[in-house]
Every structure is written in C-alpha cells, then in structure tokens.
Design a protein around this ligand. Structure first.
Ligand code: PEP
Length: 254
C-alpha cells in the first residue's frame, strides 16, 4: 500500500528559535493527538535541519526533509549543499524542482533529472514537484507541460529507482495564492500522472507511488482533497508555519 505523506515546506521562514518552537509543538501534538499512519515531514531551511532532526528523533511519525540540493556529489561549488551532506544531518526527503526554484533560479528539467539522481544516489527520497502555470492551464497545455516535466525529470530512472520517488503536483496558480485546485481538478491530474507511470513502467509501480497535492492546502480543504483516491497527502507551504493549522491538515489524512 502506498505511503501517505504530509510535508511542511517552510521556505525561507523561521529563525532557529522560532523553528524549534514550531517543531516541538507539532511533535507534542502529534504524540498526543494523532493516531493515523501518515508520515509527517518537516522541511525547514538547510541550517535548521540538524537541530530539527535531533528534536524529532524519538517521534516515529516524523521525518526531516530539505528544500533543494546540489546536482553534484561534492567539490568546488561554493554555496551549494550536497545530498550526502544533508543525509549526514538526518535528512530523509529532498524537494526537487519546486516551482519557486524553477521560476526564480532557472532550474529546468534536465538539471532536475541530475538532482534527482543525486538524491537517489545518497539513498534519500526525492519529492519531485511538477505543475502548470495559470497561462498553461488556461490554454489547455497543462497535460503536455506535466508530461514533459515528469518524463524529462524522472523517466531516465529504472523501476527500482523510480519506486523511491514521491511526486508533488503543485499547480503554480495555487501556490501561496489562497486558490486551491478543486478536488476534481487535482484528482484528474493525479490520475493522469499515475497513467504516465503505468505507460512507462507498469500499473503495480504506478499504484505504489505517493502523489501529493500542493497549493494552498489548509485545515478547511484538506479532508476534501484527501478523499480523492489518487491524492496521497500534501506538500504544504503557508499553513505549515503554524502548529495548529499544520496538525489539523495531518489529522485530516485519517
Ligand atoms: C508550497 O510551497 O509548496 C506550497 C504549496 O505553498 P502554499 O501551501 O502556501 O500554497
């Protein structure tokens, strides 16, 4: 059965002290209030990863992730951080190709394919983001865009490697805008992505891949989104910055 994963992407927010406070609250609430089986991944800025990892070490529901990594293993790449380094600090998941990285830092599919390889070679799980812009949706290009993002970023992997990948469908028009895709819109895309995986690999592999939805997920809309058969959790931005709202989303994944 595929894993359900709720991940909280803090982006460039929270001082160390604020972040530790938030993680302690989430961890305590989950210990006391959560009986479900979803994995809860905290994805703070790089510099907090080691501290978060130590803080959640005793909480079996939680794991820590990173927001990005280098496509290189090591070497003279000033300012970069490798997947191996992140692993040594306790990281289990690494987001690859978040739309903000694609949009502001020029990350394209070929580069993301290399980053995916770097994550897998370190023995970690990539959370590979894909999603269309508003313009692409309005011109009915979204299926083509998604197919390109997924095939160019991931379809060089063999089936064993691909089984370690988590996919996050994040329509760019829904990220940080307060505008969520409807459950029907998200389900349609998730089923489409699973169909692409079936065509490239097989149905059994496709059925085992976790596909998260991301884009203005909140306590108020999470349960409805999670009721769709192909939505296996969420990648959460804004609502992950406050413990009550984040834990409410986790609890919606019953
Ligand atoms: C994100 O950053 O991946 C995201 C989905 O953000 P938000 O939940 O704020 O839309």
């Amino acid at each position: 059965m595929r894993k359900k994963i709720i991940a909280g992407n803090w982006k460039m927010n929270k001082s160390l002290e604020e972040g530790m406070g938030l993680v302690s609250e989430v961890s305590n609430m989950l210990k006391d209030e959560y009986k479900g089986s979803a994995k809860v991944v905290i994805i703070p800025p790089f510099i907090h990863i080691n501290s978060v990892s130590k803080l959640i070490a005793e909480n079996p529901v939680m794991a820590v992730g990173a927001q990005n990594c280098s496509n290189h293993k090591s070497g003279a790449y000033t300012g970069e951080i490798s997947a191996d380094m992140l692993k040594s600090c306790g990281t289990k998941y690494i987001i690859i190709g978040h739309s903000e990285r694609r949009q502001y830092f020029g990350e394209h599919n070929a580069w993301l394919a290399q980053k995916t390889d770097a994550v897998l070679n370190a023995g970690l799980n990539p959370i590979y983001c894909c999603g269309e812009t508003l313009e692409e949706r309005e011109s009915n290009a979204h299926f083509t865009v998604l197919e390109k993002q997924i095939s160019e970023g991931l379809f060089h992997l063999n089936a064993t490697q691909f089984s370690e990948v988590v996919i996050a469908y994040e329509p760019v028009w829904a990220i940080g805008t307060g505008k969520t895709a409807s459950t029907a819109q998200a389900q349609e895309i998730h089923a489409f992505i699973r169909g692409l995986i079936t065509k490239k690999y097989d149905a059994a592999l496709a059925d085992n891949i976790t596909i998260q939805y991301g884009g203005s997920v909140k306590a108020e809309n999470a349960a409805e989104l999670f009721s769709a058969p192909d939505i296996d959790g969420a990648l959460v931005g804004g609502a992950a910055l406050e413990s009550r709202s984040f834990v409410a989303i986790v609890k919606a994944m019953a």
